[in-house]
Design a protein around this ligand. Sequence first.
Ligand SMILES: Nc1nc2c(ncn2[C@@H]2O[C@H](COP(=O)(O)OP(=O)(O)OP(=O)(O)O)[C@@H](O)[C@H]2O)c(=O)[nH]1
Ligand SMILES: [Mg+2]
Length: 160
Amino acid sequence: MCLLLGATGVGKTLLLKRLQLCQRDGTDLGEPPVTLPTVGTNLTDLTLRKKRVTVRELGGCMGPIWPSYFVDCYSVIFMVDSANITQISSSCVQLLSVLAAEPLQTASVLVLFNKDLPCTMTLGEMKSLFRMDDIIASAPQSITTLELSARSGEGLQDVL
Ligand SMILES: Nc1nc2c(ncn2[C@@H]2O[C@H](COP(=O)(O)OP(=O)(O)OP(=O)(O)O)[C@@H](O)[C@H]2O)c(=O)[nH]1
Ligand SMILES: [Mg+2]
């Protein structure tokens, strides 16, 4: 089981819909489908890195009970909204608590910086505020970071 985590509105549901469509119909993406905030969890079967995996999105509003889903999880995708400066500190705390969770010590972790909206901060500034380098250096997990836009589909292929 792979968990897809991240604060509310970062684009997790849209990413899953995009990845699913991308695998079914090839590369033609078209208009982004409408999403609703996920209350609860959302299961999607995908082929990631040539392996069949079940991805479970946990809605951002479920943050307090995310840990109850950590057992039997071997990988984590943590999504950050790179256009939302006000969410940086809370996302950072969330990521640190995910990395510190006992059941996730051996999980592999992918951090996605999502969205294509204009922002007053560059991605580099965002990552340095996040202390991404320090987090990667000190976490026991192997962490990969990627940038993408679930809306335009840019960077989507790198996730697959
Ligand atoms: N411009 C832009 N908008 C995006 C992008 N990704 C997602 N969105 C929009 O952000 C809004 C929230 O997306 P969701 O996928 O529902 O967010 P979520 O992370 O699933 O949120 P919760 O389920 O509440 O945790 C939607 O209106 C999306 O269309 C992106 O890359 N660019
Ligand atoms: Mg959602």
